[in-house]
Design a protein around this ligand. Structure first.
Ligand SMILES: O=C(O)CCC(=O)C(=O)O
Ligand code: NI
Length: 299
Protein backbone atom coordinates (compact mmCIF):
# COMPACT_ATOMS: atom_id res chain seq x y z
CA UNK A 1 0.00 0.00 0.00
CA UNK A 2 2.80 2.37 0.97
CA UNK A 3 4.51 1.64 -2.32
CA UNK A 4 1.30 2.39 -4.23
CA UNK A 5 0.82 5.67 -2.39
CA UNK A 6 4.33 6.83 -3.12
CA UNK A 7 3.74 6.16 -6.80
CA UNK A 8 0.41 7.93 -7.06
CA UNK A 9 1.78 11.49 -7.17
CA UNK A 10 3.86 10.61 -10.24
CA UNK A 11 2.33 13.08 -12.68
CA UNK A 12 3.02 10.85 -15.66
CA UNK A 13 0.40 8.44 -14.24
CA UNK A 14 -2.12 11.21 -14.71
CA UNK A 15 -1.13 11.79 -18.31
CA UNK A 16 0.76 14.99 -17.44
CA UNK A 17 4.41 15.16 -18.38
CA UNK A 18 6.67 15.77 -15.40
CA UNK A 19 8.46 19.11 -15.57
CA UNK A 20 11.91 19.58 -14.13
CA UNK A 21 12.52 22.59 -11.94
CA UNK A 22 15.96 23.13 -13.43
CA UNK A 23 14.55 23.54 -16.93
CA UNK A 24 13.37 27.08 -17.60
CA UNK A 25 13.73 29.37 -20.59
CA UNK A 26 16.27 31.40 -18.64
CA UNK A 27 18.36 28.33 -17.90
CA UNK A 28 21.83 29.26 -19.11
CA UNK A 29 23.04 25.72 -18.43
CA UNK A 30 20.61 24.21 -20.94
CA UNK A 31 22.42 22.60 -23.82
CA UNK A 32 22.65 19.41 -25.82
CA UNK A 33 24.81 16.48 -24.84
CA UNK A 34 27.55 15.36 -27.25
CA UNK A 35 25.41 12.28 -27.94
CA UNK A 36 22.44 14.46 -28.91
CA UNK A 37 24.59 16.54 -31.25
CA UNK A 38 25.99 13.36 -32.84
CA UNK A 39 22.47 11.99 -33.30
CA UNK A 40 21.32 15.22 -34.95
CA UNK A 41 24.15 14.99 -37.47
CA UNK A 42 23.53 11.28 -38.08
CA UNK A 43 19.72 11.38 -38.36
CA UNK A 44 18.94 14.98 -39.34
CA UNK A 45 16.71 15.46 -36.31
CA UNK A 46 16.63 15.00 -32.54
CA UNK A 47 14.21 15.19 -29.65
CA UNK A 48 16.38 16.79 -26.94
CA UNK A 49 16.17 15.85 -23.32
CA UNK A 50 15.42 19.52 -22.55
CA UNK A 51 11.76 20.44 -22.65
CA UNK A 52 9.74 23.59 -22.24
CA UNK A 53 8.16 24.01 -18.79
CA UNK A 54 4.39 23.56 -18.83
CA UNK A 55 3.61 27.13 -17.79
CA UNK A 56 5.47 28.35 -20.90
CA UNK A 57 3.55 25.83 -23.00
CA UNK A 58 0.34 27.26 -21.57
CA UNK A 59 1.41 30.82 -22.48
CA UNK A 60 2.08 29.73 -26.04
CA UNK A 61 -1.25 27.93 -26.19
CA UNK A 62 -3.05 31.09 -25.09
CA UNK A 63 -1.19 32.99 -27.78
CA UNK A 64 -2.21 30.42 -30.37
CA UNK A 65 -5.85 30.85 -29.32
CA UNK A 66 -5.43 34.61 -29.68
CA UNK A 67 -3.87 34.29 -33.14
CA UNK A 68 -6.70 32.01 -34.28
CA UNK A 69 -9.32 34.45 -32.93
CA UNK A 70 -7.61 37.43 -34.58
CA UNK A 71 -7.19 35.68 -37.93
CA UNK A 72 -10.53 34.06 -38.80
CA UNK A 73 -9.67 33.99 -42.51
CA UNK A 74 -6.38 32.13 -42.02
CA UNK A 75 -6.36 28.36 -41.73
CA UNK A 76 -4.73 27.39 -38.41
CA UNK A 77 -2.08 25.41 -40.30
CA UNK A 78 -1.04 28.66 -42.01
CA UNK A 79 -0.20 30.86 -39.04
CA UNK A 80 3.16 31.99 -40.40
CA UNK A 81 4.22 34.86 -38.17
CA UNK A 82 5.75 37.98 -39.60
CA UNK A 83 7.39 39.97 -36.85
CA UNK A 84 8.31 43.63 -37.18
CA UNK A 85 6.20 46.63 -36.25
CA UNK A 86 8.65 47.83 -33.64
CA UNK A 87 8.88 46.96 -29.98
CA UNK A 88 5.21 47.56 -29.21
CA UNK A 89 4.11 44.92 -31.70
CA UNK A 90 6.80 42.60 -30.50
CA UNK A 91 5.60 42.94 -26.93
CA UNK A 92 2.17 41.67 -27.95
CA UNK A 93 3.65 38.43 -29.06
CA UNK A 94 6.32 38.34 -26.42
CA UNK A 95 5.73 34.74 -25.52
CA UNK A 96 6.99 33.58 -28.90
CA UNK A 97 9.93 35.95 -28.97
CA UNK A 98 10.88 35.09 -25.43
CA UNK A 99 10.93 31.49 -26.45
CA UNK A 100 12.86 32.17 -29.66
CA UNK A 101 15.46 34.36 -27.95
CA UNK A 102 15.71 32.50 -24.67
CA UNK A 103 19.14 31.46 -23.41
CA UNK A 104 18.02 27.85 -23.11
CA UNK A 105 16.81 27.48 -26.71
CA UNK A 106 19.72 29.49 -28.15
CA UNK A 107 22.25 27.37 -26.25
CA UNK A 108 20.70 24.30 -27.83
CA UNK A 109 20.65 25.78 -31.32
CA UNK A 110 24.22 27.05 -30.93
CA UNK A 111 25.41 23.49 -30.49
CA UNK A 112 24.00 22.70 -33.95
CA UNK A 113 24.54 25.89 -35.98
CA UNK A 114 27.47 27.60 -34.26
CA UNK A 115 27.79 30.83 -32.25
CA UNK A 116 26.36 33.35 -34.76
CA UNK A 117 22.61 32.89 -34.95
CA UNK A 118 19.66 34.48 -36.66
CA UNK A 119 16.00 33.84 -36.14
CA UNK A 120 14.23 34.47 -39.42
CA UNK A 121 10.77 33.03 -39.00
CA UNK A 122 8.12 31.30 -36.95
CA UNK A 123 5.09 29.25 -37.87
CA UNK A 124 2.29 27.89 -35.71
CA UNK A 125 1.30 24.59 -37.33
CA UNK A 126 -2.07 23.95 -35.77
CA UNK A 127 -4.09 21.03 -37.11
CA UNK A 128 -7.59 21.21 -35.76
CA UNK A 129 -9.30 18.00 -34.66
CA UNK A 130 -11.26 16.34 -37.44
CA UNK A 131 -9.97 18.21 -40.48
CA UNK A 132 -6.33 19.13 -39.84
CA UNK A 133 -4.53 19.21 -43.17
CA UNK A 134 -1.75 17.04 -44.59
CA UNK A 135 1.77 18.46 -44.72
CA UNK A 136 3.09 16.85 -47.91
CA UNK A 137 6.59 15.34 -47.99
CA UNK A 138 9.18 18.06 -48.47
CA UNK A 139 12.60 19.40 -47.59
CA UNK A 140 12.42 22.87 -46.06
CA UNK A 141 15.38 24.02 -48.13
CA UNK A 142 13.23 23.95 -51.25
CA UNK A 143 11.17 26.83 -49.83
CA UNK A 144 13.77 29.16 -48.42
CA UNK A 145 16.05 31.90 -49.80
CA UNK A 146 19.08 31.18 -47.63
CA UNK A 147 22.52 30.68 -49.13
CA UNK A 148 24.46 28.62 -48.34
CA UNK A 149 21.40 26.65 -47.24
CA UNK A 150 21.79 25.99 -43.54
CA UNK A 151 19.02 26.26 -41.01
CA UNK A 152 17.35 24.26 -38.32
CA UNK A 153 13.81 24.31 -37.06
CA UNK A 154 12.89 23.97 -33.41
CA UNK A 155 9.37 22.51 -33.38
CA UNK A 156 7.86 22.59 -29.91
CA UNK A 157 4.70 20.60 -29.23
CA UNK A 158 1.86 22.58 -27.67
CA UNK A 159 -0.39 19.50 -27.65
CA UNK A 160 0.30 15.80 -27.56
CA UNK A 161 1.47 14.95 -31.08
CA UNK A 162 1.23 11.32 -32.22
CA UNK A 163 0.32 9.26 -35.29
CA UNK A 164 -3.41 9.51 -34.55
CA UNK A 165 -3.46 13.33 -34.77
CA UNK A 166 -0.91 13.86 -37.54
CA UNK A 167 2.49 14.12 -35.84
CA UNK A 168 5.62 15.07 -37.72
CA UNK A 169 7.09 12.16 -39.73
CA UNK A 170 10.75 12.19 -40.71
CA UNK A 171 13.08 10.13 -42.88
CA UNK A 172 16.20 9.65 -40.73
CA UNK A 173 19.45 10.26 -42.56
CA UNK A 174 17.73 11.85 -45.59
CA UNK A 175 19.61 15.12 -44.99
CA UNK A 176 23.02 13.60 -45.48
CA UNK A 177 23.72 14.49 -49.11
CA UNK A 178 23.02 18.14 -48.27
CA UNK A 179 21.04 18.69 -51.44
CA UNK A 180 17.41 19.39 -52.23
CA UNK A 181 15.74 16.73 -54.35
CA UNK A 182 13.20 17.50 -57.08
CA UNK A 183 9.98 19.10 -55.81
CA UNK A 184 6.83 19.90 -57.75
CA UNK A 185 4.13 22.45 -57.09
CA UNK A 186 0.78 20.92 -56.20
CA UNK A 187 -2.19 23.01 -55.10
CA UNK A 188 -4.56 20.97 -52.96
CA UNK A 189 -7.23 22.24 -50.58
CA UNK A 190 -6.46 19.49 -48.09
CA UNK A 191 -2.71 20.21 -48.03
CA UNK A 192 -1.03 22.78 -45.82
CA UNK A 193 1.93 23.35 -48.20
CA UNK A 194 2.15 23.44 -51.97
CA UNK A 195 5.61 22.11 -52.86
CA UNK A 196 6.20 18.42 -52.49
CA UNK A 197 8.89 15.91 -53.32
CA UNK A 198 8.45 14.26 -56.69
CA UNK A 199 7.36 10.65 -56.30
CA UNK A 200 10.29 8.23 -56.44
CA UNK A 201 12.85 10.64 -54.95
CA UNK A 202 12.69 8.76 -51.61
CA UNK A 203 10.91 5.87 -49.95
CA UNK A 204 8.12 6.96 -47.57
CA UNK A 205 8.39 3.53 -45.88
CA UNK A 206 11.64 4.76 -44.34
CA UNK A 207 9.77 7.44 -42.36
CA UNK A 208 9.32 7.35 -38.58
CA UNK A 209 6.81 9.15 -36.34
CA UNK A 210 8.08 11.86 -33.99
CA UNK A 211 5.83 11.44 -30.96
CA UNK A 212 5.97 14.39 -28.57
CA UNK A 213 4.27 15.45 -25.37
CA UNK A 214 3.47 19.12 -24.73
CA UNK A 215 6.72 21.01 -24.12
CA UNK A 216 8.90 18.44 -25.84
CA UNK A 217 10.53 19.54 -29.06
CA UNK A 218 12.05 18.11 -32.16
CA UNK A 219 14.78 19.88 -34.06
CA UNK A 220 15.26 19.19 -37.75
CA UNK A 221 17.80 20.03 -40.41
CA UNK A 222 16.94 22.04 -43.54
CA UNK A 223 17.61 19.07 -45.85
CA UNK A 224 15.71 16.42 -43.92
CA UNK A 225 12.69 14.87 -45.64
CA UNK A 226 9.54 15.21 -43.56
CA UNK A 227 5.78 15.62 -43.68
CA UNK A 228 2.69 14.76 -41.66
CA UNK A 229 -0.71 13.15 -42.12
CA UNK A 230 -4.14 14.72 -41.78
CA UNK A 231 -5.63 15.01 -38.31
CA UNK A 232 -8.84 13.00 -38.32
CA UNK A 233 -8.78 12.44 -34.56
CA UNK A 234 -10.74 14.29 -31.90
CA UNK A 235 -7.54 15.88 -30.50
CA UNK A 236 -6.00 19.09 -31.86
CA UNK A 237 -2.32 18.91 -32.82
CA UNK A 238 -0.45 22.21 -32.55
CA UNK A 239 3.25 22.94 -32.71
CA UNK A 240 5.30 26.11 -32.88
CA UNK A 241 8.15 26.01 -35.40
CA UNK A 242 10.93 28.54 -34.93
CA UNK A 243 13.38 28.89 -37.79
CA UNK A 244 17.05 29.59 -37.11
CA UNK A 245 19.99 30.02 -39.46
CA UNK A 246 23.70 30.62 -38.93
CA UNK A 247 24.67 34.26 -39.50
CA UNK A 248 27.44 32.93 -41.76
CA UNK A 249 24.70 32.42 -44.38
CA UNK A 250 22.84 35.14 -46.26
CA UNK A 251 19.09 35.58 -46.08
CA UNK A 252 19.06 36.47 -49.76
CA UNK A 253 16.21 38.86 -50.50
CA UNK A 254 16.98 38.84 -54.23
CA UNK A 255 16.06 35.18 -54.64
CA UNK A 256 12.52 34.75 -55.92
CA UNK A 257 10.93 31.68 -54.41
CA UNK A 258 8.44 29.76 -56.60
CA UNK A 259 5.28 31.23 -55.10
CA UNK A 260 1.83 29.87 -55.81
CA UNK A 261 -1.84 30.14 -55.12
CA UNK A 262 -1.66 28.49 -51.71
CA UNK A 263 -2.44 30.50 -48.61
CA UNK A 264 1.23 30.67 -47.71
CA UNK A 265 2.79 32.99 -50.26
CA UNK A 266 6.43 32.58 -50.98
CA UNK A 267 7.72 36.10 -51.61
CA UNK A 268 9.94 36.31 -48.56
CA UNK A 269 11.97 39.30 -49.67
CA UNK A 270 10.51 41.82 -47.18
CA UNK A 271 10.47 39.65 -44.12
CA UNK A 272 12.05 41.07 -40.93
CA UNK A 273 14.85 38.92 -39.56
CA UNK A 274 16.75 39.07 -36.28
CA UNK A 275 20.29 38.54 -35.12
CA UNK A 276 19.77 36.70 -31.84
CA UNK A 277 23.32 35.75 -30.88
CA UNK A 278 26.88 36.54 -31.98
CA UNK A 279 27.65 38.55 -35.10
CA UNK A 280 26.44 38.80 -38.66
CA UNK A 281 29.15 37.49 -40.99
CA UNK A 282 27.32 37.46 -44.31
CA UNK A 283 26.00 40.99 -44.89
CA UNK A 284 22.42 40.28 -43.79
CA UNK A 285 19.93 43.16 -43.79
CA UNK A 286 18.11 43.42 -40.47
CA UNK A 287 16.39 46.72 -41.28
CA UNK A 288 14.10 45.62 -44.11
CA UNK A 289 10.56 44.90 -43.04
CA UNK A 290 10.93 46.11 -39.46
CA UNK A 291 8.36 48.87 -40.03
CA UNK A 292 5.73 46.52 -41.42
CA UNK A 293 2.97 45.57 -39.02
CA UNK A 294 2.96 42.21 -37.30
CA UNK A 295 0.97 39.84 -39.49
CA UNK A 296 0.08 36.18 -39.83
CA UNK A 297 -0.57 33.91 -42.79
CA UNK A 298 1.84 35.25 -45.39
CA UNK A 299 5.00 37.21 -45.84
O1 LIG B 1 3.89 20.63 -38.37
C1 LIG B 1 4.02 19.87 -39.32
O2 LIG B 1 3.37 18.84 -39.44
C2 LIG B 1 5.06 20.16 -40.38
C3 LIG B 1 6.14 21.06 -39.91
C4 LIG B 1 7.15 21.39 -40.93
O3 LIG B 1 7.10 21.02 -42.07
C5 LIG B 1 8.27 22.23 -40.50
O4 LIG B 1 8.28 22.73 -39.37
O5 LIG B 1 9.20 22.43 -41.28
NI1 NI C 1 8.94 21.58 -43.13
Amino acid sequence: MAALLTRLPDRSCLGIMPTRDDQTLADTNASLSDAEVARYHADGFIVPDWRLPLHDVERLRRLLDQLIDESPKVRPEHLVLRWGGGDAALAVHAAILEFARSPAVLNIVERLLGPDLMCWGAHMFCKPAGDGRVVPWHQDGDYWPIRPLATCTVWVALDHSGPENGCLRVVPGSHKKRETLAHEQVEREDWALNQTLVSGTFDPNDAVDVVLEPGQMSIHDVFMIHGSEANRSTQRRAGLAIRYMPATSLYDRAIKMPGGAAAIRQDMSQRPIYLVRGEDRAGNDFTIGQDRPFAVGGD
